[in-house]
Design a binder for this molecule. Structure first.
Ligand SMILES: Nc1nc2c(ncn2[C@@H]2O[C@H](COP(=O)(O)OP(=O)(O)OP(=O)(O)O)[C@@H](O)[C@H]2O)c(=O)[nH]1
Ligand SMILES: Nc1nc2c(ncn2[C@@H]2O[C@H](COP(=O)(O)OP(=O)(O)OP(=O)(O)O)[C@@H](O)[C@H]2O)c(=O)[nH]1
Ligand SMILES: [Mg+2]
Ligand SMILES: [Mg+2]
Ligand SMILES: [Zn+2]
Ligand SMILES: [Zn+2]
Lengths: 213, 213
């Protein structure tokens, strides 16, 4: 409990800073391999000419995800958690302090959390909202099996829809479970590979950014 | 640290009990949706006529996985963790105490852990060995990104190989990362859907059971 309280103090400070700078901040949470980094690569390709984007990537080990985002053309920093299964707000704060000018004046900051559907849900990072990703290859039973994240996420993205023909995944069942857990939530279905659904996801981001300003 | 020490005491007791009864115990760990329950369904279909099998399923919510194993024809009990992202040995002990005779004299006990590649790695459940599952749809970068579980698992199963034609997954890269992290580890490639590779996985189980006796 003490840990979460300490996290909240730093999160509140971060949130105030993001409000002052008008930066939209998104905390992306999913199982390992649901497609967070790939979705960000596609999003960056579509939005980087219009907006100043930045990325923070949480992982246990390697710089692989931050490298992929830097290659996609935005400033990105890897936060190695030292074994912790989630990012916390102090790590975010010290990463941003370190980056200084490189991350100043961003329109949108994407925080890709550690691949884990459970613990990251409880740590506020000063974000505007959480985005949960659920890939069609993980099974259509996940919302009720992992209810906390799907209740707390304002947006759920169903990813890898190009694979629907090859797996048992009932989109209607998933949507009904999601609407039970989060009646006011938005749900997007997309494939980062084929591009289907990417426009609606990007439009939602720009709408939320305009809403924050 | 105190939590892990308490866990070890109960794990040692469990392990002694399993040795006395000659039960092979497997702790299955993966991301959510990598295919643990589906692999168990296929394994049960192939082995239940020859061996007395049992299942313990750890989850945050729902009885869905234990129901699937019971439907497959073995005694199975769901352990709801109350929000914890991993099973611990006291939960296993109290579940087995509760089940009593229903789980007595098993040849193989499968413990399907909570879907999470990180925290379950640190909790000894009295098992003979850990099995990590990695589905081809999660990406071929996972061993080095989540090194703890792939170092601690004596067996890694690469699942859903029927989907290889539709994803970027380099089996050779994964095998090379796995052999760096666990030089003495066994690796199986299989599809629970098509049945490819299931015989080698089942043969390995029966060999390890014979080895324990
Ligand atoms: N077919 C298909 N594959 C995809 C899609 N999106 C991602 N993938 C694949 O899914 C795997 C994992 O994608 P990542 O983007 O690395 O997943 P992640 O959520 O960032 O993974 P972690 O950061 O390790 O938690 C890779 O092999 C991707 O190529 C998609 O829309 N369609
Ligand atoms: N194509 C294909 N799909 C598979 C295979 N094995 C499992 N699946 C699918 O993958 C999804 C998840 O499978 P599960 O067995 O429920 O995964 P799990 O690891 O038990 O999931 P949790 O218990 O929630 O962590 C389901 O939609 C399965 O149908 C396979 O070999 N091939
Ligand atoms: Mg990633
Ligand atoms: Mg399961
Ligand atoms: Zn955790
Ligand atoms: Zn945990």
């Amino acid at each position: 409990k003490k840990i979460l309280e300490g996290n909240l103090a730093a999160a509140a400070q971060l949130r105030a800073g993001f409000r002052a700078s008008g930066t939209l901040v998104i905390n992306m949470i999913s199982s390992p391999g649901s497609g967070k980094t790939t979705l960000l690569e596609g999003t960056i390709a579509r939005l980087k000419a219009l907006y100043r984007l930045g990325g923070l990537d949480g992982d246990i080990a390697t710089e692989r995800d931050a490298e992929r985002l830097r290659k996609a053309g935005i400033p990105a920093r890897q936060i190695l958690t030292g074994g912790a299964c989630h990012l916390d707000s102090r790590q975010v704060m010290s990463a941003l302090d370190d980056e200084g000018e490189r991350f100043a004046g961003l329109d949108i900051l994407f925080i890709e959390n550690v691949g884990n559907l459970i613990c990251p849900t409880s740590y506020d990072l000063g974000e505007d909202y959480k985005v949960a990703l659920l890939s069609v290859t993980e099974g259509d039973d996940k919302p009720f099996k992992y209810p906390a994240i799907f209740s707390k996420a304002a947006v759920t993205v169903i990813t890898k829809t190009d694979l629907l023909p090859y797996v048992d995944f009932d989109v209607a069942t998933v949507r009904s479970e999601l609407s039970t857990l989060r009646p006011d939530g938005a749900v997007f279905e997309l494939s980062s590979r084929s591009g289907t659904g990417m426009d609606a996801w990007c439009d939602d981001l720009t709408r939320r950014l305009a809403g924050k300003r």
